[in-house]
Design a protein around this ligand. Structure first.
Ligand SMILES: [Zn+2]
Ligand SMILES: [Zn+2]
Ligand SMILES: [Zn+2]
Length: 759
């Protein structure tokens, strides 16, 4: 049989993930000769063998690539009747001037490494920093590019002879594993008190003992510190809530195995796949009845954020001791999670009892990613560890390099060039100065790492956002232009971009965002075409007495909403929302005179008012999104179609179609007083929201070519809304695009900004 030679270029996530060694082993096994080589952002594969076996090899490629890799494209570049190689080899990288740099994402511990650390006879038995080419930290340890050991925080650990042998052996799983380490040469664990004194003894065993005694131990994971507390210890949980000043916001948990996840939660096949993936995010699951103290872990909803151990350290922390640990951010409320041991000492005083840390430094912060399952498919809510900085690929290349600064809440930034947008990990809310520092660091690192100089900076229209201010400073320093992008336009562009599209009728429902007309938008129907948008529909506005204060104190919004709708606030309703006569009068005056009472159109604010009116939310919220979570949870408890319909009206004003909630609130002002109706009315509100969406989209369809509905904004994290709205839209003949790989919340804004400003 004649032998042939074929040469392929492979693109996607193919570098820094053990791709070449995997190809090497597969090729040798298949009896093929040739070579594999890293080139600028691609891998070139040259194979010789019989025609048929070459085809089979290429067809089977997806099956034997490493778990962190992802082939985007396979292109055949040559096919020759040649046969000269006697073996298969990994040849030196081909470096050209204009190389595309790849920083791999952090990957969860692989099954092989897990086996080694649990095997008493293995030289890495019980070793918390075991990694290989298939797993371990990447992004978080990188100091500079290209990605190799000298430019990571592992550079201070010279390899021992055994590790060196593995590192240099193409047949070894650790061939060119840049974070390779062992107990002889690698990082070491320490347990410290908050005042910085090391605790004598085995750090891991002592930490486990302290956790089982009800203590909170700050554990330094891949991307930062998490606080570990025994999930069954009520006193410890109460104490943690008190110390973190976090009365209600749900805690995430880490469980020892998928079996335990299934014991406490309803785990769908999609959720299971996600939990077990190399990215190993937190997945929001419905909880089952159990002896877990859910009222302390997740007081507001019957859902729980669950993850599996993602590093050897976490795995060893569980070994034969715990089933479920609460693992919550190692931070003070509102600040980013601590990454250095020094930060932990400075910022976790009064929160953690002990610090379990090590000398493998984290250069860049990376939170745990968070996903929900929406309509049987994963949807990102927070994109960080495991996913960032993998690119979002665009259908159409950008015309210029752009650095997009994102929003104020759930900030991420993005670097766009060619047909890629690199979305940074979740940076968080920019209120805390530490968060702004973090933003600045990432804004500096991303372009440097990717070797792409931005020629334009994209910012939100709102000039007071920290991200907008920093963007302006960077632009001034580099002497490049700033492009302001309207918030909801960015939402729409992000959802379109991740779906490979440019145009659509975008329904963007969220909590806030400065509109092009100076008012607060947030229930928008935008007709989006490349680079442009036309605002077709929105909700009638209502004032927020006290501005931002009304968001944390939604009872104020009821006063504002009633004032806007001309509804008298009766004493019974006033008492129900627990405000005094004086407060009611003051806030009403504020609305009427327009003193610090900005008008908001946002859908999120309708949820707020209804939630507090129905007595489902307290008059004050303790975290962002609480009212919506409680309202969704109440509707979920009702669990069927509501018999009550909230009346809606619509009108046109200044060429914009507007949904009026006046009649709905008139109805609710009476109905909320009936006892036992709150859950049904919560469901009725969800149904009314969908009715509003349908009215808006149908109105838009008469004025646009598009039959594609795009759903973006934090409100679309609400699964009931998606479950009702998506089939309804499809029934009317619309194609529906949802966020999947990027969050519907403001975590997607930077992507949208990059696409718009870089076009
Ligand atoms: Zn591994
Ligand atoms: Zn070693
Ligand atoms: Zn938003």
């Amino acid at each position: 049989m004649m032998k042939v030679r074929e040469t392929y270029d492979l693109t996607g996530i193919v570098q820094g993930v053990g791709f070449r060694p995997a190809l090497y082993r597969a090729a040798v096994k298949a009896g093929l000769t040739g070579w594999v080589q890293n080139r600028s952002g691609t891998v070139r594969l040259c194979i010789e063998g019989e025609d048929k076996s070459l085809d089979a090899f290429i067809n089977d490629l997806p099956a034997f690539i490493p778990p962190g890799a992802d082939i985007n494209n396979i292109t055949k570049v040559y096919s020759e009747d040649e046969d000269c190689f006697t073996e298969f080899s990994i040849i030196e990288s081909f470096d050209d001037e204009d190389r595309d740099v790849v920083i791999p994402a952090d990957l969860s511990m692989c099954a092989d490494c897990e086996q080694e650390i649990l095997d008493a006879s293995d030289r890495r038995s019980g070793y918390a920093f075991t990694t290989c080419t298939n797993c371990g930290p990447r992004y978080t340890v990188v100091n500079a590019v290209p990605y190799d050991r000298e430019r990571t925080t592992m550079s201070v650990f010279p390899m021992c002879d055994d590790c060196r042998k593995e590192y240099e052996n193409p047949n070894d799983r650790r061939f060119h594993a840049e974070t390779i380490a062992c107990p002889v040469c690698g990082p070491k664990l320490t347990l410290e008190t908050l005042d910085g004194n090391p605790v004598d003894g085995n750090p891991l065993e002592l930490a486990k003992l302290e956790i089982s005694n009800g203590k909170a131990v700050a554990v330094r994971g891949i991307g930062g510190f998490l606080l570990a507390v025994d999930a069954f210890n009520k006193d410890a949980l109460l104490e943690l809530r008190k110390r973190k000043n976090r009365p209600d916001k749900p805690f995430a948990v880490m469980v020892d195995s998928i079996k335990t996840a299934k014991k406490y939660c309803d785990v769908s096949p999609e959720a299971e796949e996600l939990l077990l993936s190399p990215e190993a995010p937190i997945v929001i699951l419905d909880v089952l009845d159990s002896d877990l103290p859910l009222d302390l872990i997740t007081p507001d909803a019957k859902t729980l954020g669950v993850m599996l151990p993602n590093s050897p350290l976490h795995r060893l922390l569980f070994s034969q001791q715990f089933e479920v640990l609460v693992m919550t951010s190692g931070n003070r409320g509102g600040e980013p999670i601590c990454i250095t041991t020094e930060e932990a000492h400075n910022r976790l005083g009064g929160i953690a009892d002990l610090i379990l840390t090590h000398d493998r430094e984290i250069n860049l912060r990376n939170d745990d990613s968070l996903f929900a399952i929406q309509l049987n498919q994963p949807q990102a809510w927070r994109r960080a560890r495991g996913y960032a900085p993998n690119p979002v690929r665009l259908d159409k290349p950008l015309s210029r390099n752009v650095l997009a600064m994102g929003a104020e809440l759930k900030n991420t930034i993005a670097l766009g060039f060619d047909d890629e947008v690199i979305l940074s990990p979740h940076i968080g809310d920019l209120e805390a100065p530490e968060a702004v520092d973090s933003l600045e660091q990432v804004a500096e690192c991303l372009p440097a790492f990717m070797d792409k100089e931005p020629s334009v900076i994209a910012v939100d229209l709102h000039p007071d956002m920290q991200s907008s201010k920093l963007g302006a400073r960077i632009a001034a320093a580099k002497n490049i232009p700033v492009v302001e992008v309207q918030h909801h336009h960015a939402h729409a562009a992000a959802c379109l971009a991740e779906n490979g599209r440019e145009s659509g009728l975008a329904v963007v429902f969220d909590g806030t965002g400065l509109g092009a007309d100076g008012s607060i938008w947030g229930a928008e129907l935008l007709d989006v075409t490349p680079g442009e948008f036309n605002r077709l529909a929105t909700f009638g506005g209502a004032p927020l007495p006290g501005g931002d204060a009304a968001v944390m104190e939604p009872a104020r919004q009821v006063v504002g909403r009633f004032a806007a709708c001309g509804i008298e606030l009766s004493d019974v309703v006033r008492e129900r929302i627990k405000i005094t006569e004086e407060q009611a009068e003051m806030w009403k005056q504020q609305c009427e005179k327009g003193v610090n009472a900005p008008v908001s159109h946002a859908a999120g604010r309708v949820f707020d008012s209804v939630s507090v009116l129905l007595g489902i939310s307290a008059e004050r919220t303790t975290y962002e999104g609480q009212t919506a979570i409680r309202l969704e949870s109440a509707a979920r408890r009702f669990g069927r179609k509501s018999l009550t319909k909230l009346p809606l009206d619509a009108y046109e004003e200044k060429n914009i179609f507007r949904i009026s909630w006046k009649k709905a609130f008139e109805f609710l002002a009476e109905a909320c007083l009936e006892s036992g109706k709150d859950e049904e009315l919560a469901m009725a509100l969800h149904e009314a929201m969908v009715e509003a969406i349908m009215l808006m989209v149908k109105y838009g369809a008469e004025r646009s070519e598009s039959r594609t509905a795009v759903l973006s904004g934090g409100v679309f994290m609400n699964s009931i809304l998606n479950e009702i709205a998506v089939p309804e839209l499809e029934k009317e003949g619309f194609e529906v695009l949802l966020h999947r790989r990027t969050p519907p919340n403001d975590g997607c804004i930077a992507l949208g900004q990059a696409v718009i400003a870089g076009a």
